[in-house]
Each structure stands twice: as structure tokens, then as C-alpha cells.
Design a protein around this ligand. Sequence first.
Ligand code: FUL
Length: 512
Amino acid sequence: MKTVFFQLMVFSLVCAMHASASDPKKNYAVIKPTDSKADIVRKAANVVPSPRQYAWQKMEFTAFVHFGMDTFTESQLGTGKESPKLFLPTDFDCDQWARTFKEAGMKLAILTAKHHDGFCLWPSKYTKHSVEYSRWKNGKGDVVREFVEACRKYGLKIGLYLSPWDRNSSSYGTSAYNRYFMNQLTELLTNYGAIDEVWFDGYKGPEAGNADYDWHSYYRLIRELQPDAVIAISGPDVRWVGTESGYGRDTEWNVLPIDLTTLDEQELKREKDLIDDVFVPRNYMGEDIGSKEKLNDAKGLFWYPAETDVSIRPGWFYAASQDTAVKSVSELIDIYFSSVGKNSVLLLNVPPDKRGLITDYDRDTLLTFHKIIDSIFNRNFARDAKVKIDNRLNEVTASSLFGSGKYWLADEHADTSSIEFLLPGEESFDVAMLQENIQIGQRIEQFHIDYWVGHSWQVLTKGTTVGYKRLLRFAPIRTNRIRIVIEKSRLNPTLSDFGLFNLPEEYLGFHK
Ligand code: FUL
């Protein structure tokens, strides 16, 4: 019986893989007026990330580098009237930045090529407000070039932040500005090799008025010049989580409603897999942005994963006055669990100082944080556990059920699904990790985890969404049996990994 069940399970896994290979899923769905609530749920459960979104979500932990004119004026919001002569790092070393990020386990780094003050960190042909007019390297320097070269040396992916709001450009607010902006985008996306993320800040001050940006032309240009790059924040691939605190939502859906008119629907059908032409930047705020109730009134759905940006210091740019306010290792660990652990990518800002270096203190804090994270996730107590699915024992261990593209797909007809892990012996742990196979879709809506104590199951912890990754902390327990009970899901749920880990107790009690 066991063997038959195992064969059936393998067969259904193979079928699922086969179906997804021959019938590519899309990162959007159009909802018809005749669709029932059940149709909408089915559609939502089958929306998946585009390949570029999926590659981005897998990075988990990335670096933000705010560096520019504000570093030298110790401002957080330059006016655009600063003299380029003020930009003068004394010990500039991008190698140190990239080395630090690599050692900290970050996978990509994003540089503020142009912040709101309009000062360009590369010698743009289109303005005199740039490094070319500074005293740094006698105007021959190019921060963007040194940055991309250092990132490549350390195997980091590269992102560029280009602020649409420009307080220096005289054409800002006129239609000529769109040309100026696209010229700058073209310089950045053609002269520096492969770029993996383009970050369009959504912020503009009240003085900016109703300046209109030609977003759709920007997106088309990016797709043409860097087809693998994700467009973040004021773009269709990556969403701002909605806070700058480092804390994401407990319930974080990747599939959200999008406004589609009938015309848009035709557009989508024609363009096949591009949502760019119908996407309009807006903030998805609020606690509930993707529940079934929110989807019911939607005209369309799209995959729009969250990025959680936060600075290691109170400000985005370096200021000596904030040297004593660098976030502690405990705070960073709490942020990690509340961002990476809540289905979003963490974008942690580590701003270099006036020398053009990350301070020793910031660097040490970041590396200590990473060392702890690394040591926690190095040892997964569930790895060699035997697995029971819906109370039936399998011949597989967790390590052969998950990993290298393998995953568990629950029975389509079961109301609830449970998966139990029988550890080879009793262990103590205080962290659980769940991952869904988001290439099938994000489906889990509610789950709890039980542990076996004495002669019965006790509830250990519970949660709502899982998505790419969900981490849960709880008071340390000792057991050899754990089970996940998926109480509610959109169609049959999947899991692509499960883990049990041990976080030093001093980091458990820190909750915001
Ligand atoms: C905000 C900006 O106004 C801040 O200066 C910073 O760049 C942050 C990441 O985004 O919208």
C-alpha cells in the first residue's frame, strides 16, 4: 500500500511538472464579468511570477547604497542647487562596498545613480550637474562604472536607482523632461553591461506638482535595453511593501488586483505576456491588499511581489550625527524575520560615508548579523525526517521530497492537507520555515503547525500566507514529531521546502 501510494505521489508530481512545462503559466489573468468567485480563485491560484520576477524573489537579501551629493551636505533631501564641487570623496573604494555585501550574503546591490537632487554619479552627457563637474578625480571619475565593476568582481547582481523627481533639471515638469529622463536611462542601460533591477522611486515633493511621467515609454525602453531587469516600485515587476521600517505584512499575497479596461484586456491578449502597457504606478498600502474579498471586484490579477526597503541607519544617506544610531544586530535579525520571513525581498541600505567607504561599525554590524543568520540556517533539523502525508507514511525523507526543483503538491480533492515530519530523534528548535512552490502559484491561506508532546498534538504556531518564504519563531520546544496542517488554500497547496532551526534565545524575545 505504501509503495502504491508513493508511486501515485511521484506520478502526480511528474504530471504537475509536465503540465507546467507544456502549458506555460502567466504572471497575470484577466477576469471576465461572467466569472464566478470560484473561477476568480482558480485564476488567482494559477498566476505565477515571470522568469525575471522569480529570479529576483530567490535573491532574498539585497543591498541599497545611498551615496551622492547628500552624503557631503549631510542632508537627506538635496535641493538640486548644490555645487558639484561639494562632491569629493577622499578614500573612495567601491571594492570595499561590494566585498562587504558579498560577505554579508547579499545577492544584489542597488546604487542611487541619481537621487531627487538630480546630481548624477556618472558623467551624463545631458547635464552639468554630475561627477564630471566635481573635483573628484578631476572630473574624470564615474561612480556607476566603479560600482558595476566591483559588483561583477564579487558576483553580485546590479540595480540602479534613478529618481524620476529631479530638483535640478530645468525641464522638470515639462514634456521635454521625459526625453531627458529617457536619455539618462539609455546611458545607464547601455554603457554598463547587464543591469538586473531598475528602481523608480515613487516619491516627489509637493513642489513637483502634477509632473507627468511617461511611464509606459520608460518601461518599453528598459525591456528593449535590459530585458531581464525587473522594474521596481513605480514599475510593474516589484512592489514597495509600503513601509520603510523593514517590517512586512503577516499576510502577504503576491497576486493582486489590477485595473483592466476592456481595451486593456485586448491589449494583454495581443501582447501575450506583458502587463507593462496597462500598469499604472500606485502604492498598494493597507493590511489587506490581496485577500479573496479584494480579488472579487477586480478586472484583472497580476503577480506583484513585495520588496521591503529599510536603512541600517535612521537616514538613507550617511550623516556623522547618526553614527550612534546604527541598528543593532538584534534589530537586523528581527527585520530579517519580518521581511524575508514574510514573503518579501529585504533591501537593506548601507550608506558609505564622506570618504566613500562603509564605516567599520556598519560593516561589523552587518557581518555579525549575517554570521548569526548563516549559522541558524545551516542546520535544518527536518532534513532527515521521514514524511507522512495526510497520515500515510512515505518512503521519502524531507531531503528527497524537497530540493533541486522537487516539491510536494497536495491532493486536489482534500479539504485540509497535512504533512508530518518524523525526526530521527528528539531535537530542540524555535524556528520553522515554509516555502511554497510559487512557480505553481501562491495558494496557502491559513495553516498551523503542531508538535507532539507526551501523547498528543499541541498547536505550536500558526500563520496565514506562506508565498516564497515564511519564517516563524516560537519558544524553544523539544520533540521528534512536527506536522503542518494547511487549513485553507486556493486550490491544492504546494510546499517546496520545510525547515526547523535553532535561533539563539537572545534573539527570540525581540519583537517590535
Ligand atoms: C524614498 C526617497 O524619498 C528616500 O530619499 C529614499 O531614497 C527612499 C529609498 O525612497 O522615497
